[in-house]
Design a protein around this ligand. Structure first.
Ligand code: SAM
Length: 252
């Protein structure tokens, strides 16, 4: 079994059902499943979705799924690398999956960059990454990832899942996380993310010290100049960004 593909299969029905319900609610017209494996989650999704596109990289699992679900017209199995797949090609959809943990961050990043038709995602991921995604200001785990995700989505921890719920068991705890896209993206999102990244570059430094090299003396007059990045909510970063003259950045 190629462990490098993050193949830890969920075997606990209560967790599978919770993930499917969080993703689909009573009914979802279209679902994209990332890494269906042997179809454990797929089976639960089929009870709630009208159409499923399952993207699996391992060709032996693709064959297995096509045979196992041969009589299931709602399921389309695609042999592909999810990171190289255009997830918009089938139209609006909910996105879900027990993720291959070696690419959790790029998958979350890919979801963040989709448009408003992809308003919801439910992912099972390593607990430590989930903690950072849902972290609130002033806590140990709050940082660049928390702010970047929370600028785009409301996030909610659905469940904590122990290694014993998988075969073979992973070394770490896992967590189900639901992402619900906010109605609009903040303006100049790329530049805003750059500001957030610069603000967290040295976590113990004040915003003044982290930002002065990039935005010049204007930084000194900010009301939040003496605060640290970890004290600002995502909404406060949007506000800060709107007051900095980003167009006339000092070239560092
Ligand atoms: N959903 C199944 C379950 O819960 O039992 C399997 C989950 S397992 C953690 C991750 C799955 O993602 C594996 O089936 C693996 O082959 C697949 N996978 C790994 N890398 C992938 C990639 N780049 N694109 C698509 N699928 C991938």
């Amino acid at each position: 079994m190629p462990r490098k593909l993050g193949q830890h299969f969920l075997i606990r029905d209560s967790v599978l059902e919770k993930l499917a319900a969080a993703a689909c609610g009573e009914r979802a017209p279209r679902v994209i499943e990332i890494g269906p494996g042997r179809g454990a989650l797929t089976r639960h999704l089929l009870l709630r979705a009208d159409e499923i596109h399952a993207v699996e990289l391992d060709s032996s699992l693709v064959q297995y799924l096509r045979t196992k679900f041969a009589a299931e017209p709602k399921l389309n199995v695609h042999e592909a690398d999810v990171l190289a797949t255009d997830l918009t090609q089938w139209g609006a959809a909910v996105i879900t999956g027990n993720l291959p943990y070696y690419i959790t961050s790029p998958i979350v990043e890919k979801f963040l960059h989709l448009d408003a038709r992809f308003d919801r995602a439910v992912f099972l991921m390593q607990w430590e990454v989930a903690e950072r995604i849902v972290a609130q200001p002033g806590t140990r785990d709050y940082g660049y990832l928390s702010v970047c995700v929370q600028l785009v989505c409301e996030v909610e921890l659905i469940c904590k899942v122990p290694p014993s719920a998988f075969a073979p068991p992973p070394k770490v705890d896992s967590a189900g996380v639901r992402f619900v896209r906010r109605s609009s993206l903040p303006e100049n999102f790329a530049s805003l993310r750059k500001l957030v990244s610069r603000s967290f570059a040295h976590k113990r430094k004040t915003l003044r010290n982290n930002l002065r090299p990039f935005y010049g003396a204007a930084t000194d007059y900010l009301p939040e100049a003496g605060l640290r990045a970890e004290q600002l909510t995502a909404a406060q970063f949007v506000d800060l960004h709107s007051r900095l003259e980003v167009g006339s950045e000092v070239q560092a």
